[in-house]
Write a protein that binds this ligand. Structure first.
Ligand code: PGA
Ligand code: ZN
Length: 437
């Protein structure tokens, strides 16, 4: 059959940090070709799929010769001959071929590249844009972007403790308008940093380098930048934080060097709650560490009624972990990173589990990225509601935002922007969503 997988090719390419990563191409008998490129995290959860790295002196140990060999060998043999449109079956074969629970034998970087390549080949085979192939005729919305303005934590030499200071424009009405608003805020933030003698380039995901004297100082600057951009903070533009608190765990608490603070779990929740009270914060990711479930539940109880509480390191795009968190009352939103799971199908299962609990879902890039735009299509075609890609600079980020603009154009008159409707019910209600009849 034309849609049967004829060949799988792997190669080493380079990511946005100049480190080796894995690219895979899947070719069908009918000549359709799809490509997938593995991204790479820096603040990784302990339960994520493991990237296979060569170690040793070459490229600082980041080499991927072993993972590329797995693509060209065992993984190729596992899926050649399958119908490229049967993603679940393809991914099941990849999982069996690896044989571990965390993809550590052949590498999550190898399996995710092949899985995404097969997905793209299937869409090509069907002659459809990927988002439309994924939607299978169901109504889907363009995602609400979550875009970084200041990048800190593990992406900026730990200059701030909080990792991402982002914005959301839930009332923008379209991706096009949301990106225009973001451009205004990003520019205003750069000008603010320059004017106050703090401009020092950008961090790993393109956000301005966070030259601040406290974590709250960054919140002040971001609020000022939103105001200076001409868009009203807390009315048109809201703040979204990724605390990435797993990176702050020290002893049996949290260390925030920039604030000169060592906090126990309760005090950490209190600190984040204070920021949420004093600034127009609509969304908070990983407010506490990945192993601090009771505190995650407490943060959700305290703040989740009107704020999105996202699990990233804690949930690692894993359906079973979503179930466990829901039972514990922890989180009301799931970050979906395909490479945390290692295959497209497993990521989709996690997304479905989150949705079944009434949670919001946010498809996300990693801090190490490539020009691969698959996630823009996943966020749309899966109707995830939100997309997080890093900042509004550097082409590995802009490629994904620009792809959303193309998808919006393809949808034409039918284009629908998720906006406030993408948020968990309580956070949406705070914004007056859904509007009363
Ligand atoms: P990472 O960070 O890709 O470096 O893990 C992104 C995030 O924490 O959301
Ligand atoms: Zn995160």
């Amino acid at each position: 059959m034309k849609s049967d997988i004829l060949a799988v090719r792997g190669r080493q390419i380079w990511d946005s940090r100049g480190r080796p990563t894995v690219e895979a191409e899947v070719v069908t008998a009918g000549g359709a070709v799809g490509r997938g490129m593995a991204p790479a995290g820096a603040s990784r959860g302990i339960h994520e799929a493991i990237d296979l790295r060569d170690g040793g002196p070459r490229f600082g140990g980041y080499g991927v010769e072993g993972a590329v060999a797995a693509v060209n060998g065992e993984l190729a043999r596992a899926i050649v001959g399958l119908d490229v449109r049967s993603q679940d079956q393809i991914d099941a074969r990849l999982i069996v071929a690896d044989g571990t629970t965390n993809k550590s034998r052949l590498g999550g970087n190898a399996t995710v590249a092949v899985s995404m390549a097969a997905l793209n080949a299937a869409a090509h085979c069907e002659g459809e844009p990927l988002w439309r192939w994924l939607a299978q005729g169901a109504p889907v919305r363009l995602p609400l972007p979550e875009i970084q303005i200041f990048g800190g934590g593990a992406h900026a030499g730990r200059r701030t403790d909080v990792q991402d200071f982002m914005i959301m424009a839930p009332f923008a009405g379209s991706v096009r308008r949301a990106l225009e608003i973001t451009a205004d805020v990003y520019r205003a933030a750069g000008e603010l940093m320059a004017r106050t003698g703090r401009l020092a380039g950008t961090a790993d995901e393109g956000g301005w380098w966070p030259n601040f004297t406290s974590n709250e100082d960054a919140l002040v600057a971001l609020t000022q930048a939103i105001e200076a951009s001409g868009h009203r903070p807390g009315a048109e533009v809201f703040i979204s934080l990724d605390v990435a608190a797993s990176e702050l765990v020290s002893g049996d608490g949290y260390r925030l060097p920039l604030d000169g603070a060592q906090l126990d779990s309760a005090a950490m929740v209190e600190r984040v709650a204070g920021w949420a009270r004093d600034y127009p914060i609509l969304s908070i990711e990983d407010p506490v560490g990945q192993e601090d479930e009771a505190a995650m539940a407490e943060a959700t109880r305290r703040l989740g009624g009107d704020t999105q509480i996202i699990g990233d390191d804690y949930l690692v795009t894993n359906a079973a972990r979503v179930e466990q968190a829901a039972a514990a009352g922890a989180c009301n939103a799931l970050l979906v990173k395909v490479n945390q799971a290692g295959t497209v199908s497993e990521a989709r299962q996690a997304l479905r589990a989150a949705r079944a609990h009434g949670w919001a879902t946010i498809v996300s890039a990693r801090s190490g990225e490539t020009e691969d735009v698959t996630i823009s299509h996943l966020a749309t075609g899966w109707d995830a509601g939100q997309l997080k890609v890093g900042s509004f600079a550097r082409s590995e980020r802009m490629a994904k935002w620009n792809e959303l603009l193309r998808i919006e154009a393809q949808m034409g008159e039918d284009a629908s922007f998720a906006g406030a409707g993408a948020l968990p019910a309580g956070a949406a209600a705070r914004l007056g969503w859904p509007p009363r009849a």
